[in-house]
Ligand binder design. Structure first.
Ligand SMILES: *Cc1c(COP(=O)(O)O)cnc(C)c1O
Length: 343
């Protein structure tokens, strides 16, 4: 049996057509600003995200590192969800490299209460760390692919503007949020001071993420990226994959959402308690009940289905362009069997 890999939407392989686009891309030295394909991708991504300019980065973590630095560093603090990728999954880079502190709010599945966010803002003073920025993650990864509703994004952006704070939007999966909410990427992007987008997840590129912002901020981020060792040369071969992804793989994210729901429904046939009440996008967080998550993931892997372990009693399945509806149902039935009462 072919392996069904639902650990992450980062496991996608470039398709033959994407590889063809990469092979044919005109390239130049991007540190000199001379790679036409990188320049085209940056222009295209900026327009899509409703910003003036964009920077092509190796990873989403680097794009976030630069965005948070622009918004809050050095020495300031950024407010964010306690389950945010920037606090949990980037190895403390914002603190370690840029002296940025975080204070966090708790939420249901990643959707903040704007009043709770407002209450966290520190008044300027001589003894409190200065609050410089607010961060949202849309969709919210550890929240289970949650789409932060449009009115909530607007309320947080308005709060930031009122209090003189920057607003960083971790849009690693903003394409998924855009498709699920039926709103263009630019609607979300233009509310942010800095916004990121991963090309290497559901969009299917092998490498790369975007940071978008004003021309001035992007110029500063370009210098900072070089300082961190992230300047690259004929990166157009990678940017070509990103352009291909933006042209062909945004709308199809809806299929991933459908497949995630099929997966959850198949699990629920035998293990209804394991699945969340709704599946908003391409992520399904399964509760293992009394079972050990590591052992359950190993049992699933032994039968050809790979999931990631989020916690001692939590597994995560992520759909993507490398798995079809039938595979998601097959995987769901297996997990239902492993997690259901009949096991
Ligand atoms: C994947 C991800 C990132 C960045 O990940 P990289 O692996 O560094 O590209 C940032 N934020 C969220 C929410 C993510 O899921």
């Amino acid at each position: 049996m072919d392996e069904i890999d639902l650990r992450s939407d980062t496991v996608t392989q470039p398709t033959p057509r994407m590889r063809q686009a990469m092979a044919q891309a005109p390239v130049g030295d991007d540190v000199y600003g001379e790679d036409p394909t990188v320049n085209a991708l940056e222009e295209r991504a900026a327009a899509l995200l409703g910003q003036e300019a964009a920077l092509f980065c190796a990873t989403g973590s680097l794009a976030n590192l630069l965005g948070v630095w622009l918004c809050a560093g050095p020495g300031g603090e950024i407010l964010c969800d306690s389950q945010a990728h920037i606090v949990r999954a980037e190895l403390g880079a914002h603190a370690r490299l840029h002296g940025v502190g975080t204070r966090t709010w708790d939420s249901a599945a990643g959707v903040p209460d704007p009043a709770v966010v407002a209450a966290l803002v520190a008044e300027p003073s001589d003894h409190l760390v200065a609050t410089k920025a607010v961060e949202l993650e849309n969709t919210h990864n550890f929240g289970g692919g949650t789409v932060i509703p449009w009115p909530t994004v607007q309320a947080v952006a308005a709060l930031a503007a009122e209090r003189g704070l920057a607003f960083h939007l971790d849009g690693a999966r903003l394409g998924n949020a855009s498709i699920a909410a039926g709103r263009p990427l630019a609607d979300f992007g233009r509310l942010a001071t800095t916004v990121t987008l991963c090309l290497s997840k559901g969009l299917g590129a092998p490498v790369g993420s975007i940071l978008a912002s004003s021309r001035e901020r992007v110029a500063a981020a370009r210098g900072r990226r070089k300082l961190l060792g992230g300047g690259w040369r004929q990166a157009g071969v990678l940017a070509a994959a990103g352009l291909y992804a933006l042209d062909h793989n945004l709308d199809r994210l809806a299929d991933d959402h459908d497949n995630a729901r099929l997966f959850a429904a198949a699990v629920a046939e035998q293990a209804p308690a394991a699945v969340p009440p709704t599946v908003p996008t391409n992520i399904v967080i399964l509760g293992t009940g009394g079972l050990d998550a590591v052992a359950t993931a190993a049992a699933a892997a032994a039968e050809g289905v790979r999931l990631s372990v989020l916690g001692p009693r939590q597994l995560r399945a992520v759909t993507h362009l490398g798995v079809d509806a039938a595979q998601c149902q097959t995987a769901g039935r297996l997990l239902g069997r492993l997690l259901g009462p009949g096991r």
